[in-house]
Ligand binder design. Structure first.
Ligand code: NAD
Ligand code: TYD
Length: 336
């Protein structure tokens, strides 16, 4: 198969490219990525000379560029990871979120339709469902997004549904819980806290720290997307979860104790505006239809992740200095 992975220089997209090249010896992958602040070709060093891998710099909002890359590489299917992804940035500056997460998705759907591709997998988030106090979101739960990020992702997902219903475009949408693992940009909770601690800095915990997130390891997510790319019926929607729910304060304490620090390294800061209280995903459909289930033990995965950030300062230090430092200055660091 000739696969176009959009946003393949980011965190999960780069894991997926490496996974596909290793798992399918006859597959060819084209990575189409704009290289925003979150795109990093260092993530793909180990495959950059692989003859079955090609990188093309481009923007999914640029219709002509999307058509060119598909035509020139005889692309058969798309997996779309390209998005603006960080909630805090969407609160400060939503513009790019609306363009990439809605208009960019629209361009990929148009291309999937017009080039008669066999499948488009749209990687989306549980955040489109909003916040849930008890129980878990199923694929039938209504969308109720609360941040500009989740609203933009929901817009893209609605377009996917409309393209299947109207044109029978073969698109499959995933709604996943929070990812964790190596190579994650150090603005998200886990890598931000780990790298702060390595630098001897405190970790800013929003609000009362009791917001709940569900965490899935990169390896489990790649396997789920593999199954959906090959087996899911067009028009279907699948939740991808792990059952590994933690309050932020519990997760922070796990990171602190794993790294040999105490609670004095927690800096309570003012809460994120519109902060969703709890996400929880029912992924029984994915298990029932294909037998997929998460395999990675959370504590082991977290320990490996911490070790990777300790061993790879050259990867993350430049991302917290220079031009990137301006962002971290704007993060919510006001004392609670
Ligand atoms: P990321 O922020 O690490 O990487 C995004 C990638 O997309 C970057 O390489 C960036 O350069 C590229 N990109 C951004 N705008 C682009 C554009 N207009 N054209 C082409 N490329 C562009 O992302 P991630 O955290 O790996 O998330 C990947 C996908 O998974 C996203 O769609 C996100 O909404 C979804 N998701 C993420 C999480 C999570 O916990 N990170 C959870 C659920 C779903
Ligand atoms: P994040 O990694 O930004 O993912 P998302 O908001 O998409 O779930 O944040 C995870 C949780 O951690 C969320 O409840 C917000 C909280 N958080 C903090 O308490 N402090 C921080 O510095 C960050 C980045 C997040």
């Amino acid at each position: 198969m000739k696969l176009l992975v959009c946003g393949g220089a980011g965190f999960m997209g780069s894991h997926f490219i490496k996974y596909i090249l290793a798992t399918y010896p006859d597959y060819e992958v084209v990575n189409f990525d704009k290289l925003t602040y979150a795109g990093n070709l260092e993530n793909l060093r180990e495959v950059e000379n692989n003859p079955r891998y090609t990188f093309v710099r481009g923007d999914i909002c640029d219709k002509a560029a999307v058509e060119d890359v598909i035509r020139e590489n005889n692309i058969e299917a798309i997996v779309n990871y390209a998005a603006e992804t960080h909630v805090d940035r969407s609160i400060m500056d939503p513009d790019a979120f609306l363009r990439t997460d809605i208009l960019g998705t629209f361009n990929l759907l148009e291309a999937t339709k017009n080039f008669n591709l066999t499948k488009m997998v749209q990687i989306s988030t549980d955040e489109v469902y909003g916040s849930i106090e008890a129980g878990s979101f199923t694929e039938e739960s209504p969308f109720s997004p609360n941040s500009p990020y989740s609203a933009a992702k929901a817009g893209g997902d609605h377009l996917c549904r409309a393209y299947f219903v109207t044109y029978k475009t073969p698109v499959v949408v995933t709604h996943s819980c929070n990812f964790y693992g190596t190579n994650q940009y150090p603005e998200k909770l886990i890598p931000f806290f780990i790298t702060n601690l390595i630098e001897g800095k405190k970790v800013p915990l929003y609000g009362d720290g009791k917001n709940v997130r569900e965490w899935i390891h990169t390896s489990d997510h790649c396997k789920a997307v593999d199954v959906l790319l090959h087996k899911a019926a067009p028009g279907e929607v699948y939740n991808i979860g792990s059952g590994q729910e933690l309050e932020n304060i519990e997760l922070t304490n796990m990171i602190l104790s794993e790294m040999g620090f105490g609670g004095d390294m927690i800096e309570p800061v003012r809460d994120r505006p519109g902060h969703d209280r709890r996400y929880s995903i029912d992924w029984s459909k994915l298990k029932k239809d294909f037998g997929w289930h998460p395999e990675k033990d959370f504590k082991a995965g977290l320990r490996e992740t911490i070790k990777w950030y300790k061993n790879n300062p050259n990867w993350w230090q430049p991302l917290k200095s220079g031009e990137h430092r301006e962002y971290f200055k704007k993060q919510y660091t006001e004392k609670a």
